[in-house]
Design a protein around this ligand. Structure first.
Ligand code: SF4
Ligand code: SF4
Length: 355
């Protein structure tokens, strides 16, 4: 028996926001924007039961997954509860606009971990994120975060960084800290088709500045969780990183689109990379097409083979490698960052080990 991780897109690419950098605006990511039906949920549970996983992780994502409506989630969770007898965990990534007391109460009761998208303070967030009428969402998202807090829902913050926001790394970090956000994930905006993106030099600068800020807090006993730094420390402590983009190869997980099709990664939900469908007899057995997708990510570029930092970097996410297996487009940024922060990361890892 193996664990099964499913990233589910119940509202496909549908969204009630219109962010400048949205990945779904690029033609390659277009999907039919439909809401997952209860029949598809039933079929999913049936296939899970016959797969007999040892544990289950459901991660809901979009577009905006809350557009599926609270009844969808109630149906989903009660169907899982009725049929599945293994440990189950739930996570959901949202832009926060639709969160209300009912949703927050439901998430709290069912142990959901939420990711809320917020790039920084009002001026940083408003530069790239707005609703479909072009209005600021900042106050509404902050209000939603207060609702989550009032229901004791665990959440982290997801901030997308681009060339402009990197100039305000310090301000963004301080803002998150002042708000008491202690679990943060920064994602570089790499989509070249997007209106916002991040250059090599800006990314390098971000990695260094954010590390300095994090480090200064850490040595004063104030630990803030920043996902990529946590993962580097895990590696140095001999543990596997939880982020597939830092493992050196793609993960054995599935993305389930609203129509029941399965893909190997959220960044590859297109007809070329469709690996299975829930209507297949054994959709969760990794088939040849899925295996080939993962194997491609295991090809190590010559530069990486010789690189003293390969153990930490592992060549990065396949999406950032030109053609999937060439050199990573941010190689120079990573290398320079490791030269800059490697010793300090090693000393912190040694300190954690000795505690
Ligand atoms: S392409 Fe990147 S994000 Fe997708 S599965 Fe591979 S490593 Fe993970
Ligand atoms: S820093 Fe560059 S060469 Fe070194 S492992 Fe990372 S991508 Fe490869």
């Amino acid at each position: 028996m193996k664990p099964l991780t499913l990233l589910i897109k119940p509202a496909s690419g549908l969204c009630n926001m219109s962010c400048r950098y949205c990945f779904y605006k690029s033609a390659s990511a277009c999907r039919d924007n439909i809401i997952m039906s209860y029949d598809t949920v039933d079929l999913l549970i049936q296939k899970i039961v016959s797969f007999q996983p040892s544990a289950l992780t459901f991660m809901f994502q979009g577009g905006e997954p809350l557009l599926a409506g609270i009844d969808f989630y109630k149906y989903f969770v009660s169907s899982v509860r009725d049929s599945v007898r293994v440990p189950v965990s739930y996570a959901l990534q949202t832009n926060g606009l639709l969160i209300d007391d009912e949703y927050a109460g439901f998430f709290s009761e069912n142990g959901f971990l939420l990711g809320v998208s917020l790039d920084g303070d009002k001026s940083v967030t408003d530069r790239n994120r707005s609703d479909n009428n072009g209005r600021s969402v900042f106050d509404r998202v902050m209000n939603s975060i207060n609702i989550l807090r009032s229901h004791s829902v665990d959440f982290n913050i997801l901030s997308v960084i681009d060339d402009e926001s990197v100039k305000e790394t310090e301000k963004t970090y301080s803002f998150f800290k002042d708000c008491g956000f202690s679990f943060i994930q920064f994602i570089p905006c790499i989509d070249s088709e997007s209106a916002a993106s991040i250059s090599m030099t800006a990314y390098e600068s971000f990695l260094k500045k954010s590390f300095d800020l994090w480090y200064n807090d850490y040595i004063q006993g104030n630990y803030i969780s920043i996902r990529h730094i946590d993962n580097y420390l895990s590696i140095l402590l001999g543990m596997p990183p939880e982020n597939c983009a830092m493992c050196g190869f793609c993960g054995n997980y599935f993305v389930l689109e609203a129509d029941g099709d399965l893909y190997p990664c959220d960044f590859y939900c297109d007809s070329l990379n469709r690996v299975a469908s829930l209507s297949d007899e054994k959709p969760f057995e990794i088939n040849d097409k899925h295996r080939a997708f993962i194997d491609e990510s295991k090809v190590i570029h010559n530069h990486c083979r010789k690189c003293r930092y390969y153990i930490l970097c592992r060549g990065g996410c396949k999406r950032d490698r030109i053609n999937g297996y060439s050199e990573n487009r941010y190689c120079k940024a990573f290398y320079s960052f490791f030269e800059y922060a490697g010793e300090r990361m090693l000393s912190i890892a040694a300190r954690i080990k000795s505690e």
